[in-house]
Design a protein around this ligand. Structure first.
Ligand SMILES: C[S@@+](CC[C@H](N)C(=O)[O-])C[C@H]1O[C@@H](n2cnc3c(N)ncnc32)[C@H](O)[C@@H]1O
Length: 236
């Protein structure tokens, strides 16, 4: 059985969007993963196909109704985790992508307007996930981001079997910089060690660069990597 994604959205035409191209698109065509998109509006029960209402307590905007969202989730729910995309969620990480890729698939609920009634999020035990500290106009782009990060980790999607192992976050560090031909370009040369053919020296240089860049750009990741290292050395 292939890895299965179900998306619940008020704008189903936004899918597969960019995921129909390149690696993810080929994998979709080849049946490595499947995607079904449900229009939440199909579960409205009035003549105007209303899905939202004004917030209790007042304030701007509209909120997606719990009964309608629940009916849409019920139509696709099985043993897969249900994720609600929201800026109030836990920040999405490479570890999440790996975890979801190892499971049977995912159900992604895309909010719009002011968001979704909290009761259905709790009743359906959804995981609330954010893709960053900014506000998008809808959850669709966030769902595409999660799917892109997950699908490339599915077996057989990436070309070289191990190309996910060394990349950024693979070992808690950002990745080292890359260089290709020409060796000299606009007066800038490639670091000497990369031309040496000495695999051990190249590996050491890459590790040192990954550490330097992580320390400089992401002190938070660096501190987490350092404390993991301490825990490992203390235990051994
Ligand atoms: C305009 S936003 C609602 C923002 C909400 N009123 C708040 O301040 O938290 C509409 C929808 O976009 C999605 N969204 C917006 N920003 C997001 C983010 N950073 N990560 C994930 N989803 C996001 C969510 O599904 C949200 O329900």
């Amino acid at each position: 059985m292939s890895w299965r994604a179900s998306v619940l959205s008020l704008f189903p035409d936004m899918f597969p969007g960019p995921l129909g191209q390149s690696l993810a698109g080929r994998a979709l065509e080849n049946g490595v993963w499947s995607l079904d998109v449900t229009n939440i509006r199909d579960f409205a029960h009035d003549r105007h196909r209303t899905v939202d209402d004004t917030p209790f307590g007042g304030g701007a905007g509209m909120v997606l109704r719990p009964d309608i969202v629940d009916a849409a989730v019920a139509a696709v729910a099985d043993d897969r985790p249900v994720v609600c995309l929201t800026p109030r969620g836990r920040p999405f990480s490479q570890d999440d992508a790996r975890r979801f890729a190892a499971g049977p698939g995912i159900v992604l609920l895309c909010g719009r307007y002011e968001g979704i009634d909290q009761r259905v999020i709790e009743a359906r035990q959804m995981q609330e996930i954010s893709i960053g500290d900014y506000v998008l106009s809808g959850g669709e782009l966030a769902a595409l981001v999660l799917l892109d990060a997950i699908v490339r980790l599915l077996p057989g999607v990436m070309g070289a079997a191990d190309s996910a192992v060394e990349e950024s976050f693979g070992n808690g560090l950002l990745e080292y910089p890359h260089y290709t031909r020409p060796a000299e370009w606009q007066g800038r040369s490639v670091p000497e060690v990369l031309l040496s053919g000495h695999h051990g020296a190249v590996a050491a240089w890459r590790q040192a660069e990954a550490e330097r860049i992580t320390r400089e750009r992401r002190p938070d990741l660096w501190a987490a990597a350092a404390s993991r290292h301490h825990a490992v050395t203390a235990a051994s």
